[in-house]
Design a protein around this ligand. Structure first.
Ligand code: ADP
Ligand code: ADP
Ligand code: MG
Length: 582
């Protein structure tokens, strides 16, 4: 069995850039006259894995573009993959198992095969069992899983007893593929005839007549979820169902997805840990090396699965997949900004169209990160624009701050990343390295995945000279580890340069970890909004959770926040004490 694989990242392989097939020239096996690394038909390189030896690692190390990677697979992975993208591509080991009556979650970093597993379960990708040019038949697959729970599922899939419906990750693509109104799209999906009920549950009744091109990201996400769930299926797959949703909608969508599982099977990929915890019954942790291989671990109960993931150690499999455990601080003890004021404002009222924003007085200090919480359409962006002077409104704030802004929706074009980030070169150690961006330099913005584009946009925003950095939903499409890394990058960056940031964010765990204070928006979306704060964390979070009508406790193992079951003893006690979280 192959304990070692050599992966070729075709998008990075650039035989002209390295002076002509450098890897082939330095590979000891090639030099000994063997065909270990050869030219593929597309002009890039291909590896014959039964020919290469450990010594050929030098060929991978010498590649200036990181296109070749020699990977030692973990000891216990003594088996063939379920699927390998040919040739020399990513390998997937093992599969998640959908269960009827349960919501099964998948957690893991980006590029580790989560979407690939869903594509296989959905029957959209025929696995090849690691053998080139081959589609495994069901018999082989079922044999491979004999005696496991997956066997039963695969047999059902073979017999046509599984009908799958799938919500893809990037909802931004929908208006490009389908033209027409929300209702047109949902009518086509409406096999169950439940359109009206579902629209009501997902809060999209009011936008049914709107054109798909003119609705917001959060609305599009809920339309996509509605469309997937209107199909007459018995297995529903959701790839990141909460991007662009505000916290209230995340809770609503979670309840909806849970309710689907009453009679059907549901599998979700989700990076918002509080929501993943709330929504699922079981979890598969996925681990491996991004772009090279991924392993889907055994299912665990949700609480155990998330804790295992944070811990970085799979006890039953005896596998450590991260060197350090992730533990959250119960008490915040951190370097905070100097208590020097950056800007302040007085009570103020601002009207735009039919929307009325009431701003209560507040101030921001230098070095401070202000988290912003509030529903979509409640005035968060309008407030930021007032503060920056982008919207001029008499008598609001006398200071004119220079603001650098990362919008929620990111534009793509064919500009090269290295050119787009040309002002960021001086932040190599503080931005580019920790956000792992340099490997993207030779790509154009068009070629980036959602998470890659997000990291590039964040680096761009932070590398501009400004007094105040405003980032709108920086967590979208980032995995858990990237989110946590980003908190460290942002905190160090603001502290060391004495700058301030306002972060609009709906992943509560991430926001809680990142912010020094909270600005809370209240009101009725599209009608009116009121700001409160910036408030101290405890006060802000308690206010916000009280409005949402949920209480949080901390996990005893790693202090991560978890939603209390409504009506549970903890929930009732905390409500009595008005202590919704802290
Ligand atoms: P995740 O959903 O965990 O981010 P994916 O399943 O989308 O990961 O991808 C896992 C790896 O497989 C990626 O590194 C990607 O390079 C590779 N990959 C995905 N789709 C294809 C494909 N169609 N052809 C070749 N490689 C692919
Ligand atoms: P958020 O950032 O909280 O999602 P926004 O500040 O973008 O909210 O918008 C708040 C409300 O104000 C929305 O209902 C939006 O439609 C409305 N609005 C914002 N800008 C304008 C404008 N230029 N003209 C009319 N209405 C606007
Ligand atoms: Mg994916």
């Amino acid at each position: 069995m192959a304990k070692r694989i050599m992966v070729v990242k075709k998008d990075k392989c650039n035989p002209e850039g390295c002076g002509g097939y450098l890897c082939m020239r330095v590979s000891p096996s090639n030099r000994a006259g063997k065909e270990a690394i050869v030219k593929d038909t597309d002009g890039k390189v291909k590896v014959n894995e039964n020919v290469i030896t450990d010594a050929d690692r030098i060929a991978a190390n010498k590649c200036p573009f990181g296109a070749l990677q020699m990977i030692n697979l973990p000891e216990e992975l003594d088996e063939d993959p379920i699927h390998r993208y040919p040739p020399n591509g990513f390998s997937l080991y093992r599969l998640p198992i959908p269960l009827f009556g349960k919501v099964v979650g998948i957690i893991g970093k980006n590029g580790i095969g989560k979407s690939t597993t869903l594509n296989i379960i959905a029957g959209l990708l025929k696995p090849n069992l690691g053998i080139k040019d081959k589609e495994a038949d069901f018999k082989e697959l079922i044999d491979k899983f004999k005696g496991t729970e997956a066997q039963g599922f695969l047999e059902k899939l073979r017999d046509g007893d599984i009908k799958v419906s799938f919500k893809p990750q990037q909802v931004d693509m929908i208006p490009k593929k389908y033209k027409g109104t929300v209702k047109d799209l949902l009518d086509k999906a409406n096999e169950t005839g439940l359109l009206e009920t579902v629209a009501e549950k997902l809060d999209i009744t009011k936008i049914l007549e709107r054109n798909l091109e003119s609705i917001s990201g959060g609305e599009l996400q809920r339309v996509a979820i509605a469309a997937a769930s209107l199909k007459d299926a018995n297995l529903y797959l959701f790839d990141e169902p909460t991007s662009y949703l505000d916290v209230k909608q995340r809770v609503k969508v979670s309840k909806y997805i849970k309710s689907l599982s009453e009679e059907k099977g549901v599998v979700v990929i989700e990076h918002d840990l509080i929501i993943l915890d709330y929504m699922t019954d079981l979890i598969h942790v996925m681990y491996g090396e991004e772009g090279a291989y991924g392993v889907c671990s055994l299912p665990r109960t949700t609480k155990k699965g998330i804790n295992t993931y944070l811990d970085g150690y799979l006890k039953e499999e005896n596998t450590r997949f991260r060197n350090e455990s992730i533990i959250f601080d119960k008490v915040r003890s951190e370097k905070q900004g100097i208590k020097e004021e950056l800007t302040s404002w007085k009570d103020y009222e601002y009207k735009v169209g039919n929307f009325n924003l009431k701003i209560k007085e507040g101030s921001i200090n230098k070095g401070e990160i202000i988290g912003v919480l509030g529903e979509n359409g409640i005035g968060k962006t309008s407030f930021a624009k007032l503060l920056s002077g982008e919207i001029k409104s008499e008598g609001f704030s006398d200071s004119e701050l220079k603001i650098s802004y990362k919008p929620q929706y990111l534009e793509k074009n064919d500009e090269l990343v290295s050119f787009y980030l040309r002002n960021a070169m001086k932040y190599e150690s503080t931005l580019l390295n920790p956000l792992n961006i340099k490997s993207l330099f030779t790509k154009s913005l068009n070629q980036l995945s959602g998470g890659e584009l997000q990291r590039v946009a964040i680096a761009k925003c932070l590398s501009e000279e400004a007094d105040l950095y405003l980032l709108d939903e920086p967590s979208a499409y980032l995995d858990v580890e990237q989110r946590l890394k980003l908190t460290k990058v942002m905190k160090d960056f603001m502290y060391e340069r004495g700058k301030s940031a306002i972060i609009i964010e709906h992943d509560l765990l991430f926001l809680d970890y990142l912010s020094h204070k909270l600005l809370v928006f209240d009101g009725e979306p599209s009608v009116n909004g009121t700001t409160q704060g910036p408030l101290e964390m405890a006060e802000g979070m308690n206010k916000f959770l009280k409005k949402l009508d949920i209480t949080f406790r901390r996990d005893e193992e790693n202090n991560r926040p978890r939603v209390n079951n409504p009506g549970s003893q903890k929930d009732r006690e905390q409500r009595l004490k008005e202590s919704y979280y802290y």
